[in-house]
Design a protein around this ligand. Structure first.
Ligand SMILES: Cc1cc2nc3c(=O)[nH]c(=O)nc-3n(C[C@H](O)[C@H](O)[C@H](O)COP(=O)(O)OP(=O)(O)OC[C@H]3O[C@@H](n4cnc5c(N)ncnc54)[C@H](O)[C@@H]3O)c2cc1C
Length: 475
């Protein structure tokens, strides 16, 4: 790959051309202006950019790509820059930041679709759907700043996957600028369309390595009218799994979220998150946060949930439960779950794993992976929490309180090997929802099926023969 920063004449010529097209306000070259696009939130991956380009429309994006191709300059598409694996960090490339492309092009409540530009903030899409009496169910803690383009490029998951699926499942059509500057117009709003390969799916989860997503047709759903939220205390992850199995059978698709917290996470939230209140008089080894929703205004979900939890109590599956009686109480319970990431930071450094295994193996995984980590460092503190209903855990290892942080972080390769080997043994995934980016490239090479990896490389070479789209990421 040519070193774009050292090819100043080429860079100058390219930037002049882009300024001429977009205007100087939308071609950022000043270091301070570029900083928010060059650094990711956790400062884990240093970045440097030739410039940050802010296109206003799909034709602008196509023009930028054509010019980059002609000059042999690499580029990184970027949304809200909230990704957690360094996928949007530029390394001697141009950043194409989609934030100005934030129009909602169309909303069709009867067809239950919304057509949005890639730079739309996720929460804006949710609100637009809500205003039309519909639900766009993708929901995650970064929803106030992440963008639809980034959500699709990472195939984001979040808290409603159990009921509605991943980002991938919520897309009907896609508009993409290809590496040769052509625009693939796949903005169809059809639920049935068997006209060959489903090309949009190639770009979803491709982390900006195959094309720049400029717009999407997204699925909408009936608006939930009734919600029931509960937090339960259990003696073990196995009991939480048994409860999940029971509720899935009894409550079917009304079960929208089923999240898991261990005692360590709950204690950390209660210690560090302002306003967090203990849900029970005593603490438990494991907790589950459960949410039911339905568009049927006549359904009494609290009563159904209470009856199901009473069964679980009788069968000694749960030890305690609290059901929210107001939306304020429901939010307070969710705050306990949503505060985990922040509370964990307050507990010191942690080594993170975003894994999935079949739901039926999740409790076995927690036990085996915890034991494997403790055999590396007996005093490590396991913070395995997350979307148990999707088989997805954020299996994080927090440093012992008294240990030197650098010495702890030096153990990262050992913890990664132990955790990811177990994931592989259980036919799981080393990246359930955050993607590969920079952080898991080596792990992908180690654990991915070699035939699948070779196919991915061929697809990359076919769609981006010059290797200019987000080089050094994913593959
Ligand atoms: C507090 C917090 C909570 C989170 N919770 C979750 C969660 O529950 N579930 C989950 O799945 N993820 C979660 N994430 C990570 C999640 O992947 C991102 O927040 C989000 O999906 C990325 O969107 P973004 O617009 O910020 O993308 P960016 O970070 O800007 O980019 C991410 C990747 O997508 C590419 N990209 C961006 N836009 C485009 C485009 N238009 N076309 C092509 N490629 C593009 C980039 O090159 C990069 O590789 C969380 C992150 C944070 C900070």
């Amino acid at each position: 790959m040519p070193d774009a920063l050292n090819r100043q004449p080429i860079a100058d010529e390219l930037l002049d051309t882009l300024v001429h097209r977009l205007g100087a306000d939308y071609v950022l070259t000043d270091a301070a202006d570029m900083l928010p696009y060059v650094q990711e939130q956790r400062r884990l991956y240093p970045g440097d950019a030739l410039a940050v380009i802010l296109p206003a429309c799909t034709a602008d994006v196509a023009f930028i790509v054509e010019q980059c191709r002609a000059h042999g300059v690499p580029l990184v598409p970027q949304g809200g820059n909230t990704g957690l694996v360094g996928g949007g960090v530029p390394q001697q490339s141009l950043v194409v930041a989609l934030g100005r492309m934030s129009r909602i092009r169309d909303i069709d409540p009867t067809n239950a679709t919304i057509t949005v530009e890639a730079g739309c903030i996720l929460q804006v899409v949710q609100d637009a759907a809500h205003d039309a009496g519909r639900l766009f169910p993708l929901s995650l803690a970064a929803e106030g700043s992440c963008q639809i383009g980034g959500n699709l490029a990472t195939n984001a998951g979040g808290i409603n996957v159990l009921r509605y699926g991943n980002a991938r499942d919520l897309v009907l059509g896609l508009e993409v600028v290809l590496a040769d500057g052509r625009v693939m117009n796949g903005l169809t709003a059809l639920r049935k369309d068997n006209t060959g390969y489903d090309l949009k799916q190639l770009f979803i989860g491709s982390e900006g390595t195959l094309g720049i997503i400029t717009a999407a047709v997204l699925k909408l759903f009936p608006m939930p009218r009734v919600t029931a939220t509960a937090l339960v205390g259990c003696d073990s992850p196995h009991q939480v799994l048994a409860l999940y199995d029971q509720l899935r059978g009894q409550l079917s698709d009304t079960l929208t979220a089923f999240e898991f917290l261990p005692r360590f996470a709950m204690d950390a939230v209660l210690s560090h998150i302002q306003g967090a209140r203990a849900p029970f008089d005593q603490s438990y080894a494991s907790y589950a946060l459960i949410e039911l929703t339905t568009p049927d205004a006549g359904l009494d979900l609290n009563t159904r949930l209470e009856a199901a939890l009473a069964d679980a109590f009788e069968n000694d599956v749960i030890k305690d439960a609290v059901i929210a009686t107001s939306s304020t109480q429901s939010q307070a319970l969710w705050r306990l779950r949503e505060g985990v990431a922040e509370a964990q930071i307050a507990e010191g450094a942690s080594i993170k794993h975003d894994i999935s295994v079949p739901v039926s193996r999740i409790a076995d995984f927690i036990e085996a992976a915890s034991a494997a980590c403790r055999s590396i460092l007996p005093a490590c503190r396991i913070c395995a929490f997350g979307h148990v209903g999707d088989g997805n855990l954020h299996f994080n290892v927090s440093q012992p309180e008294a240990m030197d942080t650098a010495a702890f972080m030096d153990l990262t390769p050992q913890f990664n090997r132990a955790v990811h080997d177990l994931v592989a043994d259980m036919n799981g995934s080393i990246s359930a929802e955050h993607g590969i980016g920079l952080s898991k490239r080596t792990e992908l090479r180690r654990y991915q099926d070699p035939v699948a990896l070779a196919m991915m490389e061929r697809i990359k070479a076919a769609l981006d023969p010059q290797g200019l789209f987000n080089p050094g990421k994913l593959l």
